[in-house]
Each structure stands twice: as C-alpha cells, then as structure tokens.
Write a protein that binds this ligand. Structure first.
Ligand code: SDX
Length: 430
C-alpha cells in the first residue's frame, strides 16, 4: 500500500490530515491510527461496515462485480481447475505449487490426519445428541492439551506444524463428531485416499462393509471445501485474528473461529437455509415466506440470502448451484422438491423490488445444504463441513497476522452512554 494522499478532518474547530492508502484492489483506506492521540476522538463503526481491520494479501472480494479472488485467482477457476489441498497451499504460501511442492504438501497433510488416541475420550463426554459444532469446539480447543510441541506461536516451525495438523485433523474430528452423534464407531483416516474421499469414507463407512464414494461425489465434496476456504475478514476469521492477537495458541484460536462460525447469520446459515426450505415445503408457499422476509415486524429472514459484501451474486453460489444439478442427477434425485423450491424462491425473490433494491442475492449457503442433504449428511453436519473447509482460511489469516510487524493486540474502544461516576448507596438507603 502507498501513502500518497491525505484526508482532511475538521472537528472541534481543529483540522487534521489523515494518511490515505491505496490498495492493489478495492477502496482507499484512511489511516486513523493516530486520530485519538491527535484529536481526542474515536471513530464509531459497530458492525465494521466501513472499517478495515488489517492489511491482507490473501483474499479479495469485489462485492459489486460478485468476484472472489484467492491470491488473485478467481474462485470459479479454482473450483473448476484446482482442488482443495492445492487451494490450501495457495492460501498458505501465496503461489500455486509446482508438482513437487504439491506432492510434499499433500504428503505432510495426509500423514497428520489421525488424532491422539486418548482424544477419543473427549467425544464420550458429550451427549449423543450434542450438536457436532459443540463437539468440534470442545475437541479442537482440547488439542491445546495434546499437541504441546506446536503451541509456541513465537516459533515459526511450530506455527507451520500446527497449521498442517489443523488442516489435516479437522475432517477426522468432524467425521468423529458425526459418527458419535449417530452411535456408530469411529472410522480411521486412510493415507491412500484423497482429502475429500477420506472425509466421506470416515463419515459413511462402517466396519460391516466398505464404502467407496462415487468420484462425482468426491469431486463435489472437494469443490464444497474449495468454495468455503477463505473469505476476507468475515466474522469467524476476525474472531481468529482477535484471539491470535493476544498470543493464544493456534488450537484455541481455531476453536474460537468454530464457535463464531456456528451462528445462523454466518456459517450456521447453511443449516438454517435447508431447514427453511424444508419448512416452506412447496412452491405455492413461497409468497408467504417472501412476505415475512419483507415484514419489518417479523424477525424472519431468507436464510442463504444477502451478504455484507456481495451486492451481486455470490460467485460461490453460482458454482454451488451447478454442482447441485450434477450431484442430484448422479444420485437420481430428479425433481428434488427442495431444489425446486430453492430455484423458484431465488427466481421470485430476485424479481421482487425489496430484494433487488437492497441488493440481496443468494450467498454460498443457499445451495450448499441441498447438495449436502442429497449426499446423506444431516443438517447438523452442514456447518461442521463449513468449519473443516474454512480452517485453512483461518490459519492463513492467523499466520499473516503473526508475520505482520504492525500487528498488536486487538482492543476496540467504545461509545459509552452508561451512567457517569456516582457513589455507592447503602442498601438501607435505596
Ligand atoms: C456467510 O462475511 C462473510 O464473508 C460471510 C461468509 C463467509 O464465507 O465467511 O460469506 C459466509 O456468513 C454468508 C451469509 C450467511 N447468512 C445468511 O444467509 C443469513 C441471512 N442473511 C442476513 O442475515 C444478512 O444478509 C447478513 C447477515 C448476511 C448480512 O447482514 P448485513 O450486512 O448486516 O445487512 P443488514 O442486516 O444491514 O441488511 C441490510 C438490509 C436490512 O433491511 P433494512 O434494515 O435496511 O430495511 O437488508 C435486509 C435487512 O433487513 N436483509 C434481509 C436479508 N438480509 C438482509 N431481509 C430479508 N432476508 C435476508 N436474508
């Protein structure tokens, strides 16, 4: 970034020049780092709608164009021509790997997919009907208690080992959370399977018979992982950065990210969206739900619709929609009523001025649940799958923050409107 311009701020009869930085893409930013020291005022932006929290070189979203770039490469090209572990390499190291670099990376990930055997006990501490996200938050946080040789964030080698361990073990942990919730035995990872196939097998194989997923399903699973890998400074990534800014160990930071992702306004929307589509049930009931979504007195929102940044189609939703047709055709689920409702809902909403005026389009969560549902996953596994994929984004952003010499502990200020100083009153006098 270059500090070539200044912004003038006049406040309390004083004028201030603030540096303005021009990025390689996106809007200029005004550096207010010294504003409080110079002018004695804070800026106020509760949802960070106009605030840049950091400098980053990993992912860029052009919300108006509906474009998503990972280290400059468009997501639709990566989804079509690349695969998840190659995208992981790109996000972590900044460039597409050579064949030798990719083979080394995939080998390192593959050989870290098992978790410490004693960690199996953690799962048994949960009720069988615990939401898998609850289990994942607990088990991932507990990794801090097992992998002591990769918790010192000051050691670059330990940061690297922790990164590989997280990317490698998240599918295993997610699959174990699923198996535990349905009362089936854990299935160990296998080193002869690719990342997505290994995950599907750990979820759907049973000791009584082998499970070999159709390559189309493995490809669809890998594409879902690719589409969810990273997304600028979204809520869960910002959570991981904030946790990491205090020096917390990587497993604790990722556990914090999983917890934040769980919310229905964020990663939990894929589960909420499919449940909404199931509740709508048939195309003729769509107008009732559209009316509710537009009603200011009704808290109902169309799940899978709208986005803080995209004011056009989420490019991930476009790829996901194509995948949905492919997977459902393969599974012989023609005329899937849920997919029909989703497509009709999208059509009706996009023709409605309420959604058009507010630039509300389907986001990544609108179609993903339909594919996962058709693949046999319960809705409770949708957000855990999002967490598996997003782990590389969280890790890449966490590493970038730790390598940033300007990084310091995140500590926002506030607009205080509570009581001013007053003296304690004895209970007898209240
Ligand atoms: C993800 O940040 C990321 O990058 C996230 C993510 C990632 O990969 O990390 O992309 C993943 O979280 C995708 C979003 C998943 N969430 C949902 O699908 C839940 C439904 N969507 C909404 O809750 C909402 O659109 C948000 C949370 C996604 C965005 O909220 P914003 O940016 O704070 O927008 P807003 O709430 O200020 O909405 C602007 C207006 C409001 O109306 P007004 O008050 O201006 O009259 O649009 C309305 C909202 O009421 N609106 C909706 C709506 N989303 C916004 N109205 C009906 N249905 C919706 N879905």
């Amino acid at each position: 970034m270059t500090d070539t311009k200044t912004a003038k701020l006049s406040i309390n009869d004083r004028d201030f020049d603030l540096p303005v930085y021009s990025p390689t893409a996106g809007p200029d930013v005004i550096d207010i780092t010294k504003l409080y020291g110079q002018a004695g005022v804070f800026t106020h932006d509760p949802g960070f709608t106009s605030t840049s929290s950091c400098e980053s070189q990993i992912t860029f979203i052009d919300g108006d164009k509906g474009e998503l770039l990972h280290r400059g490469y468009p997501i639709d090209q990566l989804a079509k021509d690349s695969h998840y572990l190659e995208v992981c390499y790109l996000l972590l190291y900044g460039e597409l790997p050579t064949a030798a670099e990719l083979e080394d990376f995939e080998t390192r990930v593959t050989r870290h997919t098992m978790i410490h055997e004693q960690m199996h006990n953690f799962f048994r501490g949960f009720r069988r009907d615990a939401h898998p996200m609850a289990t994942m938050v607990g088990v991932v946080g507990a990794m801090s208690a097992f992998y002591h040789d990769s918790t010192d964030i000051a050691d670059p080698w330990q940061r690297e080992v922790a990164s590989i361990r997280m990317i490698a073990k998240m599918p295993t942990i997610a699959a174990m959370a699923y198996k535990y919730s349905i009362g089936q035995p854990f299935v160990y990872p296998r080193n002869d399977l690719d990342y997505a196939t290994n995950f599907l097998r750990m979820c759907f194989a049973v000791p009584a018979e082998e499970y070999v997923p159709d390559p189309v399903l493995s490809r669809a699973m890998d594409r879902i992982f690719t589409l969810h890998a990273d997304h600028e400074q979204n809520a869960s990534t910002s959570t991981v950065r904030l946790a990491g800014s205090s020096g917390a160990n990587p497993f604790a930071c990722i556990a914090a990210g999983i917890a934040c992702l769980w919310g229905p306004a964020h990663g939990g929307a894929n589960q909420a969206c499919l449940e909404m589509l199931h509740e709508i049930g048939t195309v003729d009931r769509i107008p009732e739900y559209i009316a509710r979504a537009k009603d200011k007195n009704d808290p109902f929102r169309l799940m899978g619709f709208g986005h803080r940044v995209y004011k056009n189609f989420d490019p991930r939703a476009k790829v996901m929609k194509e995948s949905a047709d492919e997977v459902l055709d393969l599974l012989g689920v023609e005329n899937n009523p849920t997919l029909q409702v989703a497509k009709e809902l999208e059509k009706i909403a996009l023709e409605d001025s309420y959604f058009a005026d507010k630039k509300l389009y389907p986001n990544v969560d609108f179609y993903s649940g339909i594919i996962l549902d058709a693949m046999g996953f319960p809705t409770s596994m949708f957000t855990p799958i999002f967490a598996v994929s997003r782990t590389v984004g969280w890790i890449a952003q966490w590493k970038e923050m730790l390598n940033d010499p300007a990084a310091k502990i995140g500590r926002p200020r506030q607009l205080y409107t509570g009581p001013t100083k007053r003296n304690y009153v004895d209970i007898a006098k209240r």
